[in-house]
Design a protein around this ligand. Sequence first.
Ligand code: BEZ
Length: 222
Amino acid sequence: MALKLGDTAPEFTADTTHGELSFHEYIEGSWAILFSHPNDYTPVCTTELGAVGKFLPEFEKRGVKVIALSCNDVESHKGWIADIESYTPGAKVSYPIVADPTRELAVKFGMLDPDEIDGKGIPLTARAVYIFGPDKKLKLSILYPATTGRNFHEVLRVIDSLQLTANYSVATPVNWNQGDKCMVVPSLSNEAAKEKFPKGFETVEVPSGKSYIRLTPQPNVK
Ligand code: BEZ
């Protein structure tokens, strides 16, 4: 069964490149990202883990704990890290990689890609991204097939959006980027919005006459 938004992160204990680890203990009280991989020593995965290694300061800045998962054992992961760091200069894979050689966790999280089959006829693990809030609830999931590498600029962008919603009750419009205007969430009345947003908000006029498009400057930007 795939995880649904709002579900609590499944707890698991697994071998990782940082030793045995309890997922709940690892993410306790923090935002967290878990991202999965089909296999060690594969080209697309090598580029992705390197990109995340380079972006670690960006995840840290946002208070996000990072953890990867790939369907091989820890010895394989450790050997592979040298290739990843060599392919992406400046990358440090200092975050844990979970070993899931039996794909037990991939099944538990609903991460399998039925279109990509290994030599034994077993579906590969897809490229899943799960972002959990400090309450351990799933805030976002993205599932890519094994053949499409993820865009970690986009992952950072959605973390910024999720954290703005959690902290300031704003939503982010299409193609939003840092510093752009945000939108007052529909559940907030005009009265509540006036109190909540000292910088104010503008209501965009539309043919229906309804006042549902309300823009406000990004709250955490001076
Ligand atoms: C890759 O990482 O390059 C890859 C892995 C599994 C299937 C296809 C591509």
